[in-house]
Design a protein around this ligand. Structure first.
Ligand code: PNS
Length: 161
């Protein structure tokens, strides 16, 4: 049986922490879908089209990584795609409570789907999309923390540095 995993998130924007988890997931599962949630962020900085474009460009050389969008319940989407696994990244203990709640709620909603947690490389363990946007908009450097394409887009959207 081939294994299909779904890695859901807002990806506003994609960070190198996400890229690290997706790359690890692509080695573990036959296919992994990066599933961008349509309604997770009320006013995203990056449009859905941009988030799809960025993820598509970053993973274009990895044929077992697919990019999709979903709305509604994650478990319903995962079931529709006939995937067996939800992948989530765990950076620190602070992530645990929220992730634990989501994993157990998702299990209650659909007991056939397992959530698997993966840890990013330690150099990415403190990065979040929210922090990237905040630091960049206040003039801080985010080089090496996000794909170059994201850095370029941030510069166009937010301005220097
Ligand atoms: O990158 P994020 O913002 O941490 O991702 C959160 C996401 C999109 C995975 C979560 O909000 C989600 O699953 N949204 C879909 C709606 C849903 O199923 N909600 C119930 C989760 S228990």
């Amino acid at each position: 049986m081939s294994t299909l995993a779904v890695y859901p998130g807002s990806f506003d924007p994609l960070t190198n922490g996400h890229v690290d988890i997706i790359t690890r997931g692509a080695r573990l599962f036959d296919r992994i879908i990066v599933a961008i949630a349509a309604n997770a962020e009320k006013s995203p900085l990056f449009s859905m089209a941009e988030r799809i474009e960025i993820a598509g460009a970053v993973f274009k050389s990895m044929p077992n990584v697919e990019i999709e969008t979903f709305d509604g319940l994650l478990v319903d989407y995962v079931e529709r795609r006939r995937a067996q696994v939800i992948v989530r990244g765990l950076r620190a203990v602070s992530d645990f409570e929220y992730e634990f709640q989501m994993a157990l709620m998702n299990r209650r909603l659909n007991g056939k789907i397992e959530t698997i947690f993966m840890m990013p490389a330690e150099q990415y363990s403190y990065i979040s999309s929210r922090l990237i946007k905040e630091v960049f908009s206040l003039g801080g450097r985010v080089h090496g923390l996000v794909p170059d394409m994201v850095e370029d887009r941030l510069r166009t959207k937010v301005g220097a540095p």
